[in-house]
Design a protein around this ligand. Structure first.
Ligand code: NAP
Ligand code: GDD
Length: 339
């Protein structure tokens, strides 16, 4: 069972598990637009059984577990956009924090022998206390999202220690793909630049260009999730590439892949990215995209995952950028809007 099957990781994980011969049940919450577009994009929408779960509601979790009796549960469902969590801190806490407590309580009552994966996050390191960050680095969350996820992480550890659940927390650094939501910075950049290139958008406005992230490819990371649940004993694992890159550098790489010749001019809020071939501004700064508190720098140490799971990030950042830009240029060319 995968909660959050309609998201980026849900789609890649479902594909991986189907390839391994699993029966996959994916949970969705009811929304007005209910097509699982990412599953459709991967060509697996018909191969996954869908059921309704909203993590706000305890009773629908219990009923789904009673009916499905899963062997493994990957809890990927969350309000996952850090920026929105500053606007909706209570909702984010309800779903990303208490939602996990609901799920763990339901597991304890209905399927105590299930193997459980909790989607924890490098955002929990926040104002990072060590470089690089590993399973033993102290946490310092910097957003309501990260605070809620930290509660969920400790609940996962607590239910493992208190009740012997096979509950694992995967502390994943940022992972991206052509199926990434368009609100996240990498996809916003590749999608935005593809639209600028096609003349659909005058320029792309961003926030803090100097934040640095450890960006990997989502396809590699879902394999790490699966490996975690195949271990005899549950534990906590960091998944990361071990390299870090600024938003500014990501823009440069994506611009080059989209056929622009980018040069930066100006400073602060007046900084712009110019296409030197046309002298047009293609990137600007909009303070609306700054956050009340920022996570400036993340870089992970996935040594434990390598040693115990045989897991390593395989995809280079160059390959990831090329894959995302190519997908967005094709979608814009073909007029594909949904994803
Ligand atoms: P995503 O694309 O935003 O997907 C989140 C999923 O959660 C969607 O299917 C969404 O459904 C669902 N969801 C939201 N609210 C829900 C609710 N109240 N009840 C049930 N389902 C709900 O996120 P992702 O990038 O795939 O990430 C998967 C998980 O890993 C998330 O928990 C995220 O916080 C965590 N994580 C992600 C990264 C990363 O870099 N991608 C890194 C570390 C941790 P709708 O389609 O209906 O919105
Ligand atoms: N979204 C966004 N939009 N971010 C921007 C922009 C912009 O216009 N301009 C600069 N940034 C900066 C943000 O301030 C942040 O420092 C960085 O780009 C990355 O932002 P996001 O792509 O939104 O991701 P995130 O790192 O905040 O969170 C993602 O990764 C976490 C793992 O570390 C999400 O997937 C979380 O769910 C996940 O836990």
């Amino acid at each position: 069972m995968i909660t959050g099957i309609t998201g980026q990781d849900g789609a890649y994980l479902a594909k991986l598990l189907l390839e391994k011969g699993y029966e996959v049940v994916g949970s969705m919450r009811r929304t007005t637009i209910s097509d699982p577009i990412r599953l459709m994009e991967l060509g697996i929408a018909g191969d996954v059984e869908l059921c309704d779960i909203d993590l706000f509601e305890f009773s629908n979790i219990v009923r789904a577990l009673e009916r499905v009796k899963p062997d493994e549960i990957y809890n990927l469902a969350a309000q996952s956009f850090v920026s929105l969590s500053f606007e909706q801190p209570l909702y984010t806490g309800e779903i990303d924090g208490l939602g996990v407590a609901r799920l763990l309580e339901a597991i304890r009552a209905v399927v105590p022998s299930v193997r459980y994966y909790q989607a924890s996050t490098s955002e929990m390191f926040g104002k990072a206390q060590q470089v690089p960050q590993s399973e033993t680095t102290p946490f310092y969350p910097r957003s309501p999202y990260a605070v809620a996820k930290l509660y969920a992480h400790w609940m996962t550890v607590n239910y493992r220690e208190s009740y012997g659940l096979h509950a694992t927390s995967g502390i994943l650094f940022n992972h991206e793909s052509p199926l990434r939501g368009r609100e996240f910075v990498t996809r916003k950049i590749t999608h935005g630049l593809a639209r600028v290139r096609a003349g659909e958008l005058p320029r792309l406005d961003l926030g803090n260009l100097d934040a640095q992230r450890d960006w990997g490819f989502a396809g590699d990371y879902v394999d790490g999730m699966w490996r975690m649940l195949q271990q005899e004993s549950p534990s906590d694992y960091v998944l990361a590439t071990g390299r870090t890159t600024s938003v500014r550098r990501f823009v440069e790489m994506a611009a080059a892949a989209a056929g622009f010749s980018l040069a930066w001019r100006g400073k602060g809020l007046d900084e712009v990215g110019i296409d030197t071939r046309t002298d047009k501004v293609i990137v600007g700064i909009d303070p609306r995209f700054f956050r009340p508190a920022e996570v400036d720098f993340l870089i992970g140490d996935a040594g434990k995952a390598k040693a115990q799971l045989g897991w390593e990030a395989k995809t280079t950042l160059d390959a990831l950028v090329a894959m995302m830009v190519e997908a967005d240029m094709r979608r814009v060319r073909e007029g594909i809007r949904g994803i």
